[in-house]
Design a binder for this molecule. Structure first.
Ligand code: PMV
Length: 299
Protein backbone atom coordinates (compact mmCIF):
# COMPACT_ATOMS: atom_id res chain seq x y z
CA UNK A 1 0.00 0.00 0.00
CA UNK A 2 1.41 3.41 -1.01
CA UNK A 3 0.69 6.47 1.12
CA UNK A 4 0.84 10.26 0.99
CA UNK A 5 0.28 13.26 3.28
CA UNK A 6 -2.59 15.75 3.34
CA UNK A 7 -1.67 19.42 3.56
CA UNK A 8 -2.44 22.56 5.49
CA UNK A 9 -1.35 26.10 4.78
CA UNK A 10 -0.26 27.47 8.16
CA UNK A 11 0.07 31.06 6.96
CA UNK A 12 0.21 33.03 3.72
CA UNK A 13 -2.58 31.69 1.48
CA UNK A 14 -3.80 34.21 -1.12
CA UNK A 15 -0.76 36.42 -0.46
CA UNK A 16 1.32 33.60 -2.02
CA UNK A 17 -0.45 34.29 -5.33
CA UNK A 18 1.20 37.77 -5.29
CA UNK A 19 4.70 36.50 -4.48
CA UNK A 20 4.59 36.49 -0.66
CA UNK A 21 5.97 33.26 0.88
CA UNK A 22 3.44 30.86 2.42
CA UNK A 23 4.16 28.29 5.13
CA UNK A 24 2.64 24.89 4.42
CA UNK A 25 2.90 21.47 6.02
CA UNK A 26 2.03 17.85 5.48
CA UNK A 27 -0.33 16.08 7.90
CA UNK A 28 -0.39 12.34 8.57
CA UNK A 29 -3.90 12.01 7.24
CA UNK A 30 -3.70 11.90 3.49
CA UNK A 31 -4.44 9.11 1.05
CA UNK A 32 -3.41 5.57 0.26
CA UNK A 33 -3.46 3.60 -2.97
CA UNK A 34 -2.98 0.10 -4.34
CA UNK A 35 -2.41 -0.39 -8.08
CA UNK A 36 -3.09 -3.54 -10.13
CA UNK A 37 -2.47 -4.13 -13.84
CA UNK A 38 -5.75 -4.01 -15.78
CA UNK A 39 -7.03 -3.93 -19.33
CA UNK A 40 -8.11 -0.27 -18.93
CA UNK A 41 -7.21 2.49 -16.49
CA UNK A 42 -9.80 2.86 -13.71
CA UNK A 43 -10.18 4.29 -10.22
CA UNK A 44 -12.03 2.65 -7.33
CA UNK A 45 -12.67 3.96 -3.85
CA UNK A 46 -12.14 1.43 -1.06
CA UNK A 47 -15.07 1.17 1.31
CA UNK A 48 -16.51 4.60 0.55
CA UNK A 49 -18.32 6.32 -2.26
CA UNK A 50 -16.41 8.62 -4.56
CA UNK A 51 -16.06 12.11 -3.06
CA UNK A 52 -18.34 14.21 -5.27
CA UNK A 53 -15.96 17.20 -5.16
CA UNK A 54 -13.43 15.34 -7.28
CA UNK A 55 -15.25 12.29 -8.70
CA UNK A 56 -15.95 13.43 -12.27
CA UNK A 57 -12.31 14.05 -13.18
CA UNK A 58 -10.63 11.10 -11.43
CA UNK A 59 -10.53 8.83 -14.49
CA UNK A 60 -9.04 11.57 -16.65
CA UNK A 61 -6.51 12.39 -13.91
CA UNK A 62 -5.39 8.74 -13.74
CA UNK A 63 -4.87 8.63 -17.52
CA UNK A 64 -2.73 11.80 -17.30
CA UNK A 65 -0.72 10.31 -14.43
CA UNK A 66 -0.08 6.97 -16.16
CA UNK A 67 0.87 8.80 -19.33
CA UNK A 68 3.41 10.91 -17.44
CA UNK A 69 4.89 7.79 -15.82
CA UNK A 70 4.97 6.00 -19.17
CA UNK A 71 3.02 3.20 -17.45
CA UNK A 72 0.58 0.66 -18.92
CA UNK A 73 -3.10 0.63 -17.74
CA UNK A 74 -3.71 0.12 -14.03
CA UNK A 75 -6.71 -0.11 -11.77
CA UNK A 76 -6.01 2.06 -8.72
CA UNK A 77 -7.88 1.51 -5.48
CA UNK A 78 -7.87 4.65 -3.33
CA UNK A 79 -8.57 5.52 0.28
CA UNK A 80 -8.93 9.17 1.31
CA UNK A 81 -8.47 10.29 4.93
CA UNK A 82 -9.16 14.03 4.61
CA UNK A 83 -12.40 15.65 3.44
CA UNK A 84 -12.31 16.25 -0.33
CA UNK A 85 -12.47 19.78 -1.71
CA UNK A 86 -11.85 21.40 1.69
CA UNK A 87 -8.39 22.88 1.07
CA UNK A 88 -6.60 19.95 2.73
CA UNK A 89 -4.86 18.73 -0.40
CA UNK A 90 -7.11 15.73 -1.06
CA UNK A 91 -6.60 15.61 -4.81
CA UNK A 92 -2.80 15.94 -4.60
CA UNK A 93 -2.67 13.29 -1.84
CA UNK A 94 -4.62 10.91 -4.10
CA UNK A 95 -2.32 11.68 -7.03
CA UNK A 96 0.88 11.15 -5.04
CA UNK A 97 -0.40 7.90 -3.50
CA UNK A 98 -1.47 6.70 -6.97
CA UNK A 99 1.91 7.51 -8.53
CA UNK A 100 3.71 5.69 -5.71
CA UNK A 101 1.41 2.69 -6.01
CA UNK A 102 1.99 2.44 -9.77
CA UNK A 103 5.79 2.71 -9.34
CA UNK A 104 5.60 -0.03 -6.66
CA UNK A 105 3.56 -2.28 -8.95
CA UNK A 106 6.07 -1.73 -11.76
CA UNK A 107 8.96 -2.53 -9.41
CA UNK A 108 10.38 0.92 -10.26
CA UNK A 109 12.29 3.08 -7.72
CA UNK A 110 10.30 5.66 -5.71
CA UNK A 111 11.92 8.67 -7.32
CA UNK A 112 10.45 11.80 -5.65
CA UNK A 113 10.89 14.00 -8.75
CA UNK A 114 9.06 11.43 -10.89
CA UNK A 115 6.25 11.15 -8.33
CA UNK A 116 5.93 14.96 -8.25
CA UNK A 117 5.78 15.19 -12.05
CA UNK A 118 3.11 12.50 -12.23
CA UNK A 119 1.13 14.14 -9.41
CA UNK A 120 1.41 17.50 -11.19
CA UNK A 121 -0.11 15.96 -14.33
CA UNK A 122 -2.94 14.54 -12.16
CA UNK A 123 -3.44 17.87 -10.36
CA UNK A 124 -3.64 19.84 -13.63
CA UNK A 125 -6.84 17.93 -14.45
CA UNK A 126 -8.47 19.32 -11.28
CA UNK A 127 -6.79 22.71 -10.85
CA UNK A 128 -5.58 23.86 -14.28
CA UNK A 129 -2.47 25.61 -13.03
CA UNK A 130 -1.66 24.29 -9.54
CA UNK A 131 1.00 26.12 -7.52
CA UNK A 132 2.63 22.84 -6.46
CA UNK A 133 2.14 23.42 -2.71
CA UNK A 134 -0.29 20.53 -2.33
CA UNK A 135 1.83 18.02 -4.23
CA UNK A 136 4.99 19.06 -2.33
CA UNK A 137 3.20 18.57 1.00
CA UNK A 138 1.74 15.24 -0.14
CA UNK A 139 5.20 13.91 -1.05
CA UNK A 140 7.40 15.21 1.74
CA UNK A 141 5.28 16.02 4.81
CA UNK A 142 7.12 18.20 7.36
CA UNK A 143 6.86 21.96 7.16
CA UNK A 144 8.16 24.23 4.42
CA UNK A 145 8.16 27.73 3.04
CA UNK A 146 6.74 28.02 -0.47
CA UNK A 147 7.08 30.81 -2.98
CA UNK A 148 5.96 30.82 -6.60
CA UNK A 149 9.46 31.86 -7.67
CA UNK A 150 11.57 29.51 -5.56
CA UNK A 151 9.22 26.63 -4.79
CA UNK A 152 9.86 24.66 -1.60
CA UNK A 153 12.38 25.59 1.11
CA UNK A 154 12.35 23.22 4.10
CA UNK A 155 11.69 24.81 7.48
CA UNK A 156 13.34 23.30 10.57
CA UNK A 157 10.59 22.91 13.16
CA UNK A 158 11.70 23.49 16.76
CA UNK A 159 8.78 21.39 18.03
CA UNK A 160 5.85 19.46 16.55
CA UNK A 161 2.82 21.70 15.95
CA UNK A 162 -0.43 20.25 17.35
CA UNK A 163 -3.45 21.28 15.29
CA UNK A 164 -7.17 20.85 15.29
CA UNK A 165 -8.79 21.05 11.85
CA UNK A 166 -12.47 21.73 11.27
CA UNK A 167 -14.60 21.88 8.16
CA UNK A 168 -16.55 25.13 8.16
CA UNK A 169 -19.10 24.60 5.45
CA UNK A 170 -18.92 23.53 1.84
CA UNK A 171 -15.85 24.94 0.15
CA UNK A 172 -15.86 27.53 -2.59
CA UNK A 173 -13.75 26.91 -5.67
CA UNK A 174 -10.16 28.08 -5.13
CA UNK A 175 -10.20 29.82 -8.53
CA UNK A 176 -13.28 31.86 -7.53
CA UNK A 177 -11.73 32.93 -4.22
CA UNK A 178 -8.48 33.92 -5.95
CA UNK A 179 -10.54 35.90 -8.49
CA UNK A 180 -12.47 37.64 -5.72
CA UNK A 181 -9.23 38.83 -4.09
CA UNK A 182 -8.04 40.06 -7.50
CA UNK A 183 -11.33 41.97 -7.92
CA UNK A 184 -10.95 43.53 -4.46
CA UNK A 185 -7.38 44.50 -5.38
CA UNK A 186 -8.66 46.27 -8.50
CA UNK A 187 -11.28 48.17 -6.45
CA UNK A 188 -9.20 48.88 -3.34
CA UNK A 189 -5.51 48.56 -4.24
CA UNK A 190 -4.15 50.27 -1.09
CA UNK A 191 -6.12 47.99 1.21
CA UNK A 192 -4.99 44.81 -0.55
CA UNK A 193 -1.36 45.94 -0.85
CA UNK A 194 -1.35 46.67 2.89
CA UNK A 195 -2.85 43.23 3.63
CA UNK A 196 -0.25 41.50 1.43
CA UNK A 197 2.61 43.31 3.09
CA UNK A 198 1.26 42.64 6.62
CA UNK A 199 0.77 38.96 5.79
CA UNK A 200 4.35 38.87 4.49
CA UNK A 201 5.59 40.21 7.87
CA UNK A 202 3.48 37.66 9.74
CA UNK A 203 4.88 34.82 7.64
CA UNK A 204 8.46 35.97 8.31
CA UNK A 205 7.77 36.15 12.06
CA UNK A 206 5.98 32.79 12.06
CA UNK A 207 8.92 31.15 10.33
CA UNK A 208 11.16 32.19 13.24
CA UNK A 209 8.60 31.15 15.86
CA UNK A 210 8.18 27.72 14.20
CA UNK A 211 11.95 27.24 14.21
CA UNK A 212 12.02 28.23 17.89
CA UNK A 213 9.10 25.91 18.74
CA UNK A 214 7.19 28.87 20.23
CA UNK A 215 3.55 27.82 19.87
CA UNK A 216 2.12 30.72 21.90
CA UNK A 217 3.65 33.33 19.60
CA UNK A 218 2.73 31.23 16.57
CA UNK A 219 -0.90 31.21 17.71
CA UNK A 220 -0.97 35.02 17.90
CA UNK A 221 0.51 35.33 14.41
CA UNK A 222 -2.07 32.87 13.10
CA UNK A 223 -4.90 34.96 14.61
CA UNK A 224 -3.47 38.08 12.97
CA UNK A 225 -3.13 36.30 9.61
CA UNK A 226 -6.80 35.38 9.89
CA UNK A 227 -7.79 39.00 10.52
CA UNK A 228 -6.06 40.02 7.28
CA UNK A 229 -7.73 37.16 5.38
CA UNK A 230 -11.08 38.46 6.67
CA UNK A 231 -10.05 41.92 5.37
CA UNK A 232 -9.49 40.24 2.00
CA UNK A 233 -13.13 39.09 2.29
CA UNK A 234 -12.43 35.36 2.07
CA UNK A 235 -13.84 34.48 5.50
CA UNK A 236 -17.48 33.53 6.14
CA UNK A 237 -19.76 33.57 9.22
CA UNK A 238 -19.23 29.79 9.63
CA UNK A 239 -15.43 30.22 9.51
CA UNK A 240 -15.60 33.06 12.05
CA UNK A 241 -17.78 30.91 14.31
CA UNK A 242 -15.39 27.94 14.08
CA UNK A 243 -12.35 30.16 14.83
CA UNK A 244 -14.09 31.79 17.81
CA UNK A 245 -15.22 28.39 19.12
CA UNK A 246 -11.67 27.00 18.91
CA UNK A 247 -10.13 30.04 20.63
CA UNK A 248 -12.73 29.95 23.42
CA UNK A 249 -11.94 26.25 23.99
CA UNK A 250 -8.25 26.99 24.55
CA UNK A 251 -6.69 27.13 21.09
CA UNK A 252 -3.64 29.43 20.92
CA UNK A 253 -4.77 30.78 17.56
CA UNK A 254 -7.16 29.93 14.72
CA UNK A 255 -7.58 30.85 11.07
CA UNK A 256 -9.07 29.70 7.84
CA UNK A 257 -6.67 27.55 5.85
CA UNK A 258 -6.66 27.33 2.07
CA UNK A 259 -8.80 29.50 -0.13
CA UNK A 260 -11.65 30.30 2.31
CA UNK A 261 -15.24 31.01 1.33
CA UNK A 262 -16.01 27.80 3.29
CA UNK A 263 -13.64 24.86 3.60
CA UNK A 264 -11.30 24.35 6.51
CA UNK A 265 -10.18 26.12 9.65
CA UNK A 266 -7.03 25.29 11.60
CA UNK A 267 -6.35 25.93 15.26
CA UNK A 268 -3.05 25.57 17.14
CA UNK A 269 -4.06 23.47 20.12
CA UNK A 270 -1.55 21.87 22.51
CA UNK A 271 -4.60 20.44 24.32
CA UNK A 272 -6.68 19.36 21.37
CA UNK A 273 -9.50 17.34 23.02
CA UNK A 274 -11.56 20.27 24.41
CA UNK A 275 -11.13 22.13 21.11
CA UNK A 276 -12.35 19.15 19.06
CA UNK A 277 -15.25 18.65 21.51
CA UNK A 278 -16.30 22.31 21.35
CA UNK A 279 -16.21 22.33 17.54
CA UNK A 280 -18.13 19.05 17.27
CA UNK A 281 -20.62 20.46 19.82
CA UNK A 282 -21.22 23.36 17.41
CA UNK A 283 -21.86 20.95 14.54
CA UNK A 284 -18.46 21.08 12.81
CA UNK A 285 -16.56 18.02 11.61
CA UNK A 286 -13.26 18.33 13.52
CA UNK A 287 -10.14 16.22 13.99
CA UNK A 288 -6.56 16.50 15.22
CA UNK A 289 -3.38 16.62 13.17
CA UNK A 290 0.25 17.10 14.14
CA UNK A 291 2.85 18.78 11.94
CA UNK A 292 6.15 17.01 12.58
CA UNK A 293 9.71 17.70 11.45
CA UNK A 294 10.15 16.17 8.00
CA UNK A 295 12.53 13.43 9.21
CA UNK A 296 9.90 12.19 11.70
CA UNK A 297 6.81 12.63 9.53
CA UNK A 298 5.09 9.43 8.34
CA UNK A 299 1.92 9.56 6.26
O1 PMV B 1 -7.75 25.93 -1.29
P1 PMV B 1 -6.35 25.44 -1.31
O2 PMV B 1 -5.90 24.78 -0.10
O3 PMV B 1 -5.99 24.73 -2.55
O4 PMV B 1 -5.40 26.71 -1.21
C1 PMV B 1 -5.39 27.73 -2.11
C2 PMV B 1 -4.28 28.65 -1.76
C3 PMV B 1 -4.40 29.98 -2.46
O5 PMV B 1 -3.31 30.76 -2.02
C4 PMV B 1 -5.68 30.69 -2.11
C5 PMV B 1 -4.34 29.82 -3.97
C6 PMV B 1 -3.01 29.39 -4.53
O6 PMV B 1 -3.00 28.94 -5.70
O7 PMV B 1 -1.98 29.50 -3.87
Amino acid sequence: MARSFGKVILLGEHAVVYGVPAIAAGIERGASAVARRAAHPSVRFAGAKLPSAIAPELGEALVALLDRLGAPPFEVELTLEVPAGAGLGASAALGVASARAVLDALGAPQDAARVLEAAAAWERVFHGNPSGIDAAAAVRGGCFVFTRARGVEPLRLGAPVPLVLAVAGPPARTSEMVASVAALRARRPELVERALSEIGELVAAARERLEAGDLVALGRLIDENHTWLATLEVSTPAIEHACATARAAGALGAKLTGSGGGGSVLAVAPEPEPVVAALVGQGFEAFTAVVRPEAEARP
